[in-house]
Design a protein around this ligand. Structure first.
Ligand SMILES: NC(=O)c1ccc[n+]([C@@H]2O[C@H](COP(=O)([O-])OP(=O)(O)OC[C@H]3O[C@@H](n4cnc5c(N)ncnc54)[C@H](O)[C@@H]3O)[C@@H](O)[C@H]2O)c1
Length: 258
């Protein structure tokens, strides 16, 4: 991070979902480096505790953690009450929690379809509705959701219809909420990453699919790193993006150009 970027989120109170590992962890780390007070939410309690202690061990503010599954509105409402008691209200929400799942459309079960939509799309709506309420009341706030290039293009060769549809939904959710809430002082944006080096794609490491399609199809010729997504998130969350709302910033190494 350059000195120009440091302090970009000074004084802000940020909640990052799905921050026990991967991109969410990197976002929490970048938000701390940018001067924010950060709370992290995940359904993985052990991972969350570990993430909080490793981030805390770097000499930053102690992190507040809250356990919840983003697919449950009820669980999130409880998490919000808990968070407000221990951390206060948030003015910046980062919707990052998500899963990946591949299956041919004709073989996908209803339960698999529903689970994907529930976590990757409804979860973003539930979190935003709940955690943005105090922002609307205050007339100030920012929401950044992690969509995917898969919400804009169809990836190959893996069949992932439910994931693609859920992420396309996140992009339209972002535009719709941005339009509704612009007059209320709350900006809503998204980042659409390409293939990023996290456990989400671990099953493909070293495979022909990864080498030929994913890396081979990326003009920059490599996977992205979680910190490279986090940098885009910090920009959109910060006042550097004060005139940006409803935007989806694509961070895919150029994959969707070809
Ligand atoms: N890795 C990639 O290539 C890539 C590309 C584009 C978009 N994304 C998106 O980035 C986000 C983070 O992905 P990642 O690669 O870091 O994945 P990851 O699997 O490494 O981490 C996901 C985190 O979210 C948490 N989580 C999952 N479901 C949850 C739920 N229902 N409630 C609460 N927490 C939950 C997990 O416990 C985990 O800590 C996801 O939304 C994903 O779709 C990832």
């Amino acid at each position: 991070m350059t000195s120009d970027e440091a302090g970009r989120l000074k004084g802000r109170r940020v909640l990052v979902t799905g921050a026990a590992r991967g991109i969410g962890y990197a976002i929490a780390e970048a938000a701390l480096e940018a001067g924010a007070a950060v709370a992290i939410l995940d359904r993985d309690e052990a991972g969350l505790t570990e993430a909080a202690s490793s981030l805390g061990a770097k000499g930053r503010d102690p992190l507040t953690t809250v356990v919840a599954d983003v697919s449950s509105h009820e669980a999130l409402a409880g998490a919000k009450r808990e968070l407000e008691a221990r951390f206060g209200t948030v003015d910046t929400l980062i919707n990052n929690a998500g899963i990946a799942y591949n299956a041919p459309a004709e073989e996908m079960s209803v339960a698999e379809w529903d689970r994907m939509i529930q976590i990757n799309l409804s979860g973003v709506f539930y979190c935003t509705q709940l955690f943005a309420a105090p922002m609307l009341a205050a007339g100030r706030g920012a929401v950044v959701s992690i969509a995917s290039m898969s919400g804009l293009i169809v990836n190959r060769p893996q069949p992932q219809v439910a994931y693609n549809v859920a992420k396309a939904g996140v992009i339209m959710l972002t535009k719709s909420l941005a339009a509704e809430w612009a007059p209320r002082g709350v900006r809503v944006n998204a980042v659409a990453p390409g293939y990023i080096n996290t456990s989400l794609i671990q099953g493909f490491l070293g495979t022909d699919t990864m080498r030929d399609y994913w890396v081979g199809g990326t003009p920059l010729g490599r996977l992205g790193e979680p910190a490279e997504v986090a940098a885009a998130v910090v920009f959109l969350a910060s006042d550097a993006a004060s005139f940006v709302t409803g935007e989806t910033l694509v961070a895919d190494g150029g994959y969707s150009l070809w």
